[in-house]
Design a protein around this ligand. Sequence first.
Ligand code: T3D
Length: 267
Amino acid sequence: MAEPLVLTGDAGAVRTLSLHRPAALNSFTTAMHAELMAALERAANDTAVRCVVLTGAGRAFCAGQDLADPAVAPDTTPGAAPKDLGEVIATWYAPLVARIRTMPVPVVAAVNGVAAGAGANLALCCDLVVAGRSASFIQAFTKIGLVPDTGGTWLLPRLVGPARALGLALLGDKLPAEEAARIGLIWECVDDAALAETAAALASRLAAMPTQALVATRAAMAAAQGMTIEEALANEARIQRELGRAHDYREGVEAFRAKRAPVFKDR
Ligand code: T3D
């Protein structure tokens, strides 16, 4: 039987998904895309899962698109039609980002090594990004004549501002994890040996929190980027109205007043 291209592991309410093509630095083939989407779908539909951790097997997080994949590698036969990369993006990368950004639970990226091209933006589209000190982020796209995809054009300026975003995207330089944390591209950089433990602790903490509020916070923050403050205020009121009817709000307030730890259940 073929080796799985995405490994799945559960610890309590935390599901860890590990990209698993270590010999090719976990770069994406269509088969790995399909397995990752299926794994995310299963996590989304499993009410026992309250947080997902995304990481890579071996020394890399993900080197982006597998450039040897016949689906994208240019055909050098004279007169051969160019590959439709737009189709690849529309079929695989765009739905992947949309799936992660609409997961009913928070998603933590544990970046264990190099994250290049689509691999970098896959990490950055997660809710919290923790990286090991030896990890790095590379907007590798212009080096092969492409623009940042997998949400890069949207994510980068929002995370680090337009000047740094454009510099990272134009030059495609390797950004070490420590510098990525310093400029606010990611949440935290930790020693390599502490990465798995740090990501697990963060994920367990998120898993114990009111999931609907976390997911609504992600959506509201993203939506507010394209709103006036009046629109954002109206959106906040709409969301608070909904959350205020949920079990977890009652539980949070009751627990606060009773000076006990809350037990959140909604998902
Ligand atoms: O094309 C479309 O469909 C549009 C979508 C695009 C999305 C994208 O992601 S575009 C960007 C694609 N990714 C890249 O351009 C990154 C290419 N890789 C690298 O620049 C370097 O490998 C790294 C900086 C990531 C790591 O460098 P290093 O020195 O640590 O490792 P290495 O020796 O270059 O790579 C190790 C092996 O992984 C090597 O295989 P080998 O020689 O041991 O058999 C290398 O070929 C393989 N590998 C690394 N990245 C890819 C890859 N194989 C296929 N595709 C890759 N992207």
